[in-house]
Design a protein around this ligand. Structure first.
Ligand SMILES: Nc1ncnc2c1ncn2[C@@H]1O[C@H](COP(=O)(O)OP(=O)(O)OP(=O)(O)O)[C@@H](O)[C@H]1O
Ligand SMILES: C[C@@](O)(CCOP(=O)(O)OP(=O)(O)O)CC(=O)O
Length: 443
């Protein structure tokens, strides 16, 4: 091993990666091990200043095995998905030299060196907020930087895909398409190499968009996306129709809507796709209910009243219908959290007013812990105190219908205001590292 004579060096890299929200969903694999999907999907990358994963990877001749800490707790790396990502990155590693510190690692050395990985999600893990997407994107990106992997981002996305399908889309900012790749009976080595993410437009292209996430439950969901989509592939006839007949056309329409910044089309396609995805879940046997209310509420009022999913959709649909053109797009992943997209800041402040009107904080929740993220949207909406929320007028679309103006305090745990954001970045400042530079253990 052509490294320096002393064995006490540690080399580290720290990166930050975004989450993403699909507007045309990935649901179903044609190959479970390689994570090859049955249809293309399109997502918006969310601003990492509000939702992100930070990962530090370190290598040292002193490390005796690969180790990982997630959110401060040591986890096992023995799972196939972690192993595959590590193997794929190691096999592409290059030479690394740090002249100042006298460190020289030849590409053939990486197979013998062990890594330590520490990762932190600044949002709930495994709760339907795409932690696996940000997490695996960040893992692959930071390892690629540490090991001097000279592959283009698309190739890295094909590695992140093998950690979690949706992770491949988090390798880029803005609007991203995951191309399913050709269905070929080819040799194992090349299988899936064309199932990669490509950037459709960067985060500046449509930077008026405002995204508000209503977090209903931070609890871990009952059916993981992996299990849920496997059951759908096995049992849902609707999924087969969706992937062969609906999605191919919808992808083209969505690409066009994004290219031309056509919000009404974008909103119609986004809502339709989310609703069809949940219809597929219901069409699965046994049915999967991601839209049921798993909120923290102790005493449910009644089935109808606690059914958050139907309530938020009907409020948004009512507003869209009242205005005659879509004001807001809604989409739900494999959980009850709602992602709402407004075309610009003006509409976003009207959206936030409506959300706070219907779903105010419970009495013991403070405003500053109820609306997180971009505070300028809160300011634009004229909300500075909880009294401002109490004083919000009934939205005009429900004025003549008192029953619809009912409020549901405490249904939403918190809101996050965000926007389209950029892809992974490498930190150069060692203070950002999650591992101690002299021990290689979590700080
Ligand atoms: N920062 C991270 N680094 C590496 N792996 C992570 C990280 N965060 C989460 N994961 C992995 O992803 C798993 C959670 O994925 P899961 O699909 O269940 O939830 P989610 O991604 O938060 O929700 P969804 O995919 O439905 O939006 C974790 O158990 C862990 O294995
Ligand atoms: C509903 C989704 O969020 C499903 C995401 O599934 P995952 O990427 O979490 O699944 P695995 O590939 O099995 O890890 C839709 C989407 O993000 O496209």
């Amino acid at each position: 091993m052509a490294t320096e004579s002393k064995k006490d060096w540690i080399l580290m890299a720290t990166a930050r990666s975004p989450t993403n929200i699909a507007v045309v969903k990935y649901w179903g694999k044609r190959d479970e091990a390689l994570i090859l999907p049955i249809n293309d999907s399109i997502s918006v990358t969310l601003d990492p200043s509000h939702l992100c994963t930070t990962t530090t990877v370190a290598v040292s001749p002193n490390f005796d095995r690969d180790r990982m800490w997630l959110n401060g707790k040591e986890i096992s790396l023995s799972g196939g998905r972690y192993q595959r990502c590590l193997r794929e990155i190691r096999s592409r590693a290059g030479d690394v030299e740090d002249e100042k510190r006298g460190i020289c690692i030849g590409k053939e050395d990486w197979g013998k060196l062990h890594v330590h990985i520490a990762s932190y999600n600044n949002f709930p893990t495994a709760a339907g907020l795409a932690s696996s997407a940000a997490g695996f994107a960040c893992l692959v990106y930071s390892l690629a930087k540490l090991m001097n992997v000279r592959e283009e981002q698309g190739k890295l996305s094909a590695i992140a895909r093998q950690g979690s399908g949706s992770a491949c889309r988090s390798l880029f900012g803005g609007f991203v398409k995951w191309e399913m790749g050709k269905v070929l009976k080819c040799t194992k080595d090349s299988a899936g190499s064309d199932s990669i993410a490509v950037q459709l437009a960067d985060e500046q292209h449509w930077n008026d968009l405002v995204i508000i996430i209503a977090v209903v439950s931070s609890r871990q969901k009952e059916t993981s996306s992996t299990t849920g989509m496997r059951e759908s592939v096995e049992t849902s006839p609707l999924l087969h129709y969706r992937s062969t007949e609906v999605v191919p056309k919808r992808i083209l329409q969505m690409e066009e809507a994004i290219r031309t910044r056509d919000f009404p089309s974008f909103a119609r396609l986004t809502c339709a796709d989310s609703n069809q995805f949940h219809a597929v879940c219901l069409d699965t046997s046994p049915p999967i209910f991601y839209m049921n209310n798993t909120s923290h509420r102790q005493v449910p009022h009644s089935f109808i009243v606690t059914n958050w999913f139907f309530r938020i959709i009907s409020f948004m649909e009512k507003w869209n219908r009242f205005e005659g053109t879509p004001q807001v797009a809604y989409t739900f992943d494999a959980g009850p959290n709602a992602v709402l997209i407004a075309p610009n800041r003006k509409v976003a402040s009207l959206l936030l007013q409506r959300l706070l009107f219907y779903f105010p904080p419970s009495t013991d929740t403070e405003l500053k812990s109820f609306v997180l993220g971009d505070q300028s949207i809160v300011k634009d909406a004229g909300i500075a105190t909880k009294e401002d929320i109490d004083a919000l007028p009934t939205p005009p679309e429900v004025k003549d219908n008192n029953a619809s103006a009912q409020k549901f305090p405490g249904d939403v745990s918190y809101f996050i205001c965000t926007r389209p954001g950029k892809g992974p970045v490498l930190f150069t400042d060692e203070d950002q590292a999650l591992l101690h530079p002299s021990t290689g253990l979590p700080k």
